[in-house]
Structure formats: C-alpha cells, structure tokens
Design a binder for this molecule. Sequence first.
Ligand SMILES: C[S@@+](CC[C@H](N)C(=O)[O-])C[C@H]1O[C@@H](n2cnc3c(N)ncnc32)[C@H](O)[C@@H]1O
Length: 222
Amino acid sequence: MTSQEGHIKSFVKRSGRLTQSQKIFLNNKNNNINFFFPNEIVNLEKLFKNNNNCILDVGFGDGKLLTSLAKKFPELNFIGLEVYESGIGNILKQISSDNLTNIKICCSDAITFLNNYTENNSFYGITLFFPDPWPKKKHYKRRIINKNFVNLISRKISANGFIKVVTDWSNYSDRIEEVFSANDKFERVGDIYIFKNRCLTKFEKKGISLGHRITEFTYKLK
Ligand SMILES: C[S@@+](CC[C@H](N)C(=O)[O-])C[C@H]1O[C@@H](n2cnc3c(N)ncnc32)[C@H](O)[C@@H]1O
C-alpha cells in the first residue's frame, strides 16, 4: 500500500488477462523505442528528438484517448504513465500500428516518476482522466489528488502550463475542487483546445451508464 519512497499508492496492481499480442508487446517492451524506463532525470528533448511541448497523461488505461490525441496533434509530445500491464501492452501495439512518433510510454507510479525523474517546469500539461475514485471513506487516503500531489504538479508544469482532471465521482470532484482552491498557485480556467471533441474513455462510458455526472477541471498557474 505504501511505495518505497513512503507515499500511499493510489493503485493496486491488477493482473488482468493478457491477449497474445499484448503479451508480445509487453515481453519486448525493453527493445521498443516507444517505451522507456528512467534511471535518471528524463531529458524530454532527447527522448522525443525535438523540443515540442509535452503532455503527461497519468493512468491512460486502455490508451485509446491518449493515442487519439497524439494522432490529432503531431506537434505535441505525449508521455503516458500506467502501472496496468495489459494497458501497456495495448497502447504499445496501437502506437506501432499507427506509426506514432510523438508518444512514449513508461510503466511507473506517477508520484515516483514526477518526484525522481522529471525536471521542474517541464510539462505543458498534465492530465488525469478518471483517476481511481476510491469511493469508500476508509480509502480516501489512496486518492492520487491531494494537497501533496497538487503541490508536486505545481512545480512540474511550465509557466503557461495546465492540469486537467476529469472524474465521474461527485464526492471526489468536491475534494478536487477543494484542494485546488486551497492552493494559491492555481486558477480554474476553461478547457484547453486539445480536448475539444475528444473521445470518451472506457471509464467515462462506464460512469455515464451508471448515471454519474462527469466533471472536468482545468487549472493553470496564476
Ligand atoms: C479508473 S482508471 C482510468 C483509465 C483511463 N484514464 C480511462 O479513463 O479509461 C485509472 C487508471 O490509473 C492508473 N493509475 C492509478 N494510480 C496511478 C499512478 N499513481 N501512476 C500511474 N497510473 C496510475 C490505474 O492503473 C488505472 O488504469
């Protein structure tokens, strides 16, 4: 439940069934140029061989939204973080079949990655689509969005950067609003052009089918 660095983990590693092609991509991920495993601060310019703005997506799930954004915006770079193996196998397969060169995947806890392997002021955007809601009160402490996380991302996004969070859990949405309002570095703004007409994610469809209201938050540094 607690990571090596001492923070409470926001996920439980699921070992869902892998398809044959997911297995192939997972087993060969270390030889895949679209996958990286950092052991020092990541140099984004070296990673992408350009200095385009970079968006970090935390918990891309099946990866469909992330690959669709990378396809639509070749002038932006994207890093996808996930700890769910079948999601990683899946997205590596999508990146390769779509020949995308502006998206790199890393299997890491976002908090470990941001704390240890990223420079300050380095991301144009950080996105979290449907972060695990941990709906039971006794599990609220596992929610990724809390005071420490908001402080951490305030150091990692660039001066004109943004953070976007979408959730279908009203109780989590109240908490998200509360922690951002309590942080004097952020102000809430309208949505960013990149997400106009974005596709719905798997968890979004699930939330809608359950009658949940979808709340989107976008904040920029003041
Ligand atoms: C509810 S799912 C949402 C997936 C996808 N964004 C969607 O909307 O369909 C949340 C995802 O975040 C991942 N996740 C949770 N905590 C994480 C963390 N600290 N670092 C990286 N990924 C994380 C989980 O493995 C899971 O796949």
